[in-house]
Design a protein around this ligand. Sequence first.
Ligand code: DC
Length: 228
Amino acid sequence: MSTPKRLVVAIDGPAGSGKSTAARRLAQRLGYTMLDTGAIYRAVALIARERGVSWDDEAGLAGVAGGLEVRFAFEGDVNRVFLGAREVSAEIRTPDMNEGASRVSRHPAVRAALLDLQRRLAAAGGVVAEGRDVGSVVFPRAEAKFFLSASPEVRARRRFDELRAAGHEVAFAEVLQDQVERDRRDSTRATAPLCQAEDALEIDSSALGPDEVVARMEAIVRRHCRGE
Ligand code: DC
């Protein structure tokens, strides 16, 4: 029996579409690594902060991005993020780094500097890449591409539940309005707006649980692996 081909799978979608959970579970089911591209933008923001490079300094940030050595490794359910030998999994997930990642990801020179790194990390195949532009820009030739969507109400509900669970007193209407505003910004910004690759299969997760989403993706990827 021949060894199954190890593919590059690209999953894009807006915040709250469930793409991180889907990407993680799919990677684990396939025995692939998960390339969390958002974590890479977060790492650029973290290192820039430590080196005193402003999040508005495009050339300085491109220098940081070009020298980044990122590695991902699953430990149980957690996709741990390393810069060289240093683990930064927790440090890149603070509110400050949410803001930093959003700021640094707007610069074209930063995005360009990270292309090579992302492609190197996927060069051997066996990777589920997750982000905003992995199917359209980073891996246009990925063998399987998905675009995960969900209605603004459903995504706002997920965010609302998360915030409430973390002890934040928020009103649903406010979260929904933020969501609609963020979607508008993300899809109209000049640099790398969120967009669906033409050949990506859209999965609407509004009425699907994570298991159903992953099952659909897995069936399609396994068909590709068999060359069907
Ligand atoms: O998915 P995330 O929240 O970890 O992403 C962090 C930031 O990086 C977010 O502001 C969007 C941006 N990002 C991007 O511009 N392109 C990607 N491929 C992934 C993330």
